[in-house]
Ligand binder design. Structure first.
Ligand SMILES: *[C@@H]1O[C@H](CO)[C@@H](O)[C@H](O)[C@H]1NC(C)=O
Ligand SMILES: *[C@@H]1O[C@H](CO)[C@@H](O)[C@H](O)[C@H]1NC(C)=O
Ligand SMILES: [Zn+2]
Ligand SMILES: [Zn+2]
Length: 444
């Protein structure tokens, strides 16, 4: 950020410090969510959000490489006069709106794209072959900037500080963990995150209290034997058969060892080996993912996956080595756990904005989100925001090469983010015995 804009931000922050506490009446406070939604739907705000989303969509960047996306975000924050710190976790940004004093409450967006080819033909199709925003993170960035605009516009009404977290590498890289390690959650007492959903109608949101998404790990194994002529198997040690036995036995971890009421998954998703129809190969690689909703079950699966593969390989006279993604600086994702009090807060705010019938209860899913790292450290809340609108056609689910964002969802995301934190600050005034020194003003 340039020196000039830094000073502009500082002045704006100091102005915010001098602002008198809001004297809004209770009935005005109840209207915050609706007012914010109307603000976000204004043509100039909506078009600006759509423009940002399309620009990011055209230039997708993979985890920890979101350099241009990050630059675009910082340019918009500069333009709005919002103070931020950069970098966190290579490309991450943390912005601040409000008084600069406690309480601090955060809202988060992920910035990374997927390594896949977009197959949708449209004006703003990905310009980078083999990379695509197929999970809607382009929309998430746009929504968080939309929230930043709403909050900055209403900064004198904020009774504390909103922390804007733009993080890299949600898709497997564990960007959230790096953000935390770099201090992104300093002073922050609660955090909200959202994801677009093609499974829920536009204007609706869905989530639940407690566990929402599973813990997730990946494994790979190399099973080595001794290759040779396929017609003379007794001169070989066949790794294909050993890998097959291992895969069958892995299925028994869920069907025979796991509590049927404790949801878990083990999937072998890759099997690579051999090249000729009459040759037994030297080795075979297999790999896959495992999911669970409790830490104990997850650790038990990790332990047993390694044991089953190595022991089944040895039954067939092969050797096996098993590696987990956590050894590869890609952390296991913990369970995404939604805080009970934040769930109540969310329901209240979302009902005010969208009406009772548009606030849906969700079943847990075996999918995973690195938002879970935040929710492991402080109370967190993750929710889905609907995109489905049948009159606009069918919207494909995330990670499809035909995935499309319904841009009509952008104002809902922006307004929900902004309302959740504004109301949170109003309802969680700082405790009087808290040390006054806790303020990012001191760090400037
Ligand atoms: C397995 O490992 C042992 C010990 O390193 C080695 O002696 C043996 O030849 C290996 N077997 C295969 C099939 O690679
Ligand atoms: C659904 O799409 C139609 C057609 O574009 C549009 O007129 C309508 O407003 C959309 N509904 C919502 C709730 O956005
Ligand atoms: Zn994804
Ligand atoms: Zn995603």
């Amino acid at each position: 950020m340039g020196a000039v804009s830094k000073w502009t931000s500082l002045i704006l922050i100091l102005q915010a410090f001098l602002a008198l506490p809001s004297s809004s009446k209770p009935e005005e406070l109840a209207h915050i969510p609706v007012n914010f939604l109307n603000f976000a739907k204004r043509p100039e705000v909506f078009d600006w959000m759509v423009g940002i989303r399309r620009k990011i969509h055209e230039n997708p960047e993979l985890g920890f490489e979101e350099f241009e996306t990050s630059k675009l975000i910082r340019a918009e924050l500069d333009r709005m006069g919002i103070f931020y710190k950069y970098p966190f976790a290579e490309t991450g940004i943390v912005g601040y709106v409000g008084t600069g004093s406690p309480p601090f409450v955060a809202i988060r967006a992920d910035m990374d794209a997927l390594a896949m080819q977009e197959l949708v033909e449209w004006e703003h199709k990905s310009k980078v072959p083999g990379k695509m925003h197929a999970c809607g993170h382009d929309a998430h960035v746009s929504m968080l900037l939309g929230a930043a605009k709403i909050l900055q516009e209403h900064r004198y009404e904020l009774q504390g500080t909103v922390v804007l977290v733009f993080q890299p590498a949600e898709e497997g890289g564990g960007g959230a963990k790096k953000m935390i390690d770099n201090g992104a959650l300093e002073h922050v007492e609660a955090i909200f995150g959202l994801h677009v959903s093609a499974a829920h109608p536009i204007g609706a949101v869905a989530s639940r209290s407690g566990p929402l998404l599973a813990a997730s790990g990946m494994f790979e194994a190399v099973i080595s034997g001794k290759g040779g002529h396929a017609a003379i198997p007794h001169h070989t040690i066949d790794p294909i058969l050993a890998a097959s036995s291992a895969i069958i036995s892995l299925q028994h971890l869920i069907s025979r060892e796991a509590d049927p009421l404790d949801s878990q998954v083990v999937t072998v998703a890759t099997f690579e080996g051999g090249g000729a129809l009459n040759v037994i190969p030297d080795s075979v690689s297999i790999g896959g993912t495992f999911r669970a909703f409790s830490k104990e079950s997850f650790i038990q699966l990790e332990y047993r996956i390694e044991e089953v593969i190595t022991k089944q390989a040895s039954v067939q006279r092969c050797n096996a080595t098993v590696t987990f993604n956590a050894n590869d600086q890609k952390p296991f994702y913990p369970v995404t756990l939604n805080d009970k009090d934040l769930h109540e807060h969310f329901q209240k705010v979302a009902r005010h904005m969208l009406g009772d019938h548009n606030v849906l209860e969700m079943q847990p899913s075996m999918g995973a989100e690195d938002f879970s790292f935040y929710a492991e450290v402080i109370p967190g809340y993750f929710f889905y925001i609907g995109m489905k609108n049948e009159t606009k056609g069918k919207f494909k689910r995330g990670h499809s090469p035909y995935f499309m964002v319904n841009e009509d969802a952008l104002p809902y995301g922006a307004a929900l983010h902004a309302s959740l934190v504004t109301k949170y600050l109003l309802e969680n005034k700082p405790k009087p015995n808290l040390p006054k020194a806790v303020s990012f003003r001191d760090e400037l």
